[in-house]
Design a protein around this ligand. Structure first.
Ligand SMILES: [Zn+2]
Length: 150
């Protein structure tokens, strides 16, 4: 915990040798980065979901836009300067595999928000069921429902 008097401004960190932002056991440089950097396509909807979470962590707008379905893609993605993503937990996946055309991923993404750049922080989380589909062969994010009720 950073003392409230310290500078708590949140900046993205991009280190290929750190453990991946998405919570896998792999290094970022071998997990989500190759997908973000277009070295390889995400083979499954879950892999794409993980790479998108990591892209939010490092504020990589290009990957987020590229991996968004054209029908729902925003013109840009803005990032909060007072919010830091803490972790991703994949709860379940439905289809989204190598041979599927659609898939869904249920996850909980936790984050920390500072009331102001130097203010105290509060932890929170988003519970979402995201839908994915293949567009020109590649997985893309379509939309998501918060607090899905199963
Ligand atoms: Zn990853």
């Amino acid at each position: 915990m950073t003392p409230p008097s310290a500078n708590t401004s949140i900046r993205p960190v991009q280190e290929l040798g750190r453990r991946c932002y998405c919570g896998s056991a792999a290094l970022f440089g071998q997990c989500c980065w190759p997908v973000i950097d277009q070295q390889r396509d995400a083979p499954t909807a879950e892999t794409l979901m993980r790479s998108r979470f990591s892209a939010y962590c490092i504020q990589n707008e290009a990957h987020l836009l590229r991996s968004w379905a054209p029908s729902t893609r925003p013109s840009r993605v803005s990032f909060s300067t007072i919010q830091e993503w803490l972790g991703l937990e994949i709860r379940s996946t439905f289809q989204g595999g190598l041979l599927d055309q659609t898939g869904r991923v249920e996850f909980v993404a936790s984050f920390e928000t500072a009331v102001s750049e130097s203010g105290p922080r509060a932890e929170s989380a988003i519970h979402e069921l995201s839908s994915f589909e293949r567009h020109e062969g590649r997985w893309v994010y379509v939309n998501g429902v918060h607090d899905p009720d199963f």
